[in-house]
Design a protein around this ligand. Sequence first.
Ligand SMILES: C[S@@+](CC[C@H](N)C(=O)[O-])C[C@H]1O[C@@H](n2cnc3c(N)ncnc32)[C@H](O)[C@@H]1O
Length: 398
Amino acid sequence: MLAYEIWPSDGASSLQDGADQLFLGDNLRVLDHLVDSQEGTVDLIYIDPPFATGVDRKYVNRSANRSEDVAYGDIWDGDLTDYLAFMQERLVRLHRLLKPDGSLFLHCDYRASPNLALMCDDIFGRGARRPGGTHPGFRNEIIWRYGLGGSSSRCYPHKHDIIFWYSRGETWKFKPPMVPATSQRMRGQLKKCPDVWDIPSLNNMAHERTGYPTQKPQALLERIIEAHTEPGDLVLDAFCGSGTTVAVAQRLGRRIIGVDQGPLSLHITRRRLLEQGLNRPLHISTLEPMEHPLASESSCFLGSSGDTEWTVRLDSSLVSDDESPELWAVDWSSTGECFCPDAHGRFAAMEQPEICWPNGLSGRTDARVRFYGRSGNVFERQVALDPHALAAPSLLEL
Ligand SMILES: C[S@@+](CC[C@H](N)C(=O)[O-])C[C@H]1O[C@@H](n2cnc3c(N)ncnc32)[C@H](O)[C@@H]1O
């Protein structure tokens, strides 16, 4: 596992101090790594894996007005053999990661829910399906009724997903959520939430929408996380997509582990976490060294030195629309392999992708600059910081 970024730079503390963790890579390998290092430590796992829909899921890159980019693939063989083998390998490892009173929430739909329920019964136990009801394993089948969606003249239109709740042990954390009562008798009062949840799915105008396909509403994750964890608990999402679970968990004061194999997912998740403000260090790791597209093309980066500050600009004419930079970060203090940003920010739409920082910082003669593109590409360049070697304040190619 390679340390890729640590935010912020003075958060280079060890993971024992409770840093949050994001991993880019196939979750099977990441879960093996986590089982080796953190077996039995996770309080809550929520996963929303591909549903075996048979189609590639596209990303709506709104700012670039394109929708063709594939965010992740969801095509499997017709009888689900490959899909179920894929899920089985991962569920076995997720089970081992849970604390004795930890819970798994598995989000799926009619395509694979019967097979996945049998699989989880085998791995976790039949739980409440057995007489007595307190055995480890199955606790609830939650129906998430989301309202939106298409219609059909051949069958009843699909308007719900299924979320299975399994506990690792015979005890589990549960603070029943309260929802408005609907009966006349209890009008205006709250009642304990039943196993059918009416939470609207995200419409196209929703403020929280990132454009990532199959993004789940924060309200859904808030309900699960608040009911099954306490502040400081550890929450894992091994298919984190746009980062809904980890963003909500972090906002609610829980520690997080997020995993996804898509660079676009990592980009959106990182952006969401930074936007709401980190409340503890964030470690990002990868399985493979990441390639930085423009690292060797010096003409894409332009730098200038003034009396008091340094400016670095990405030559946006060389970058396609859908890759246009969204975030920047600069690391002027770390000496190791890992990128540890000392400053970062977000570009407003159409803004010149340019960043500035004070001259002469910590006597260092170089810094690393990263620009994060909308499609998940990262542009990186090491820049020399010798103000005397440059004629201020002209623009030079770095
Ligand atoms: C349904 S989406 C998750 C959406 C997420 N719940 C959200 O709110 O945005 C499934 C995610 O699983 C990821 N994924 C699929 N196979 C994976 C694998 N083997 N390892 C890691 N991530 C994987 C995909 O890249 C995709 O982002």
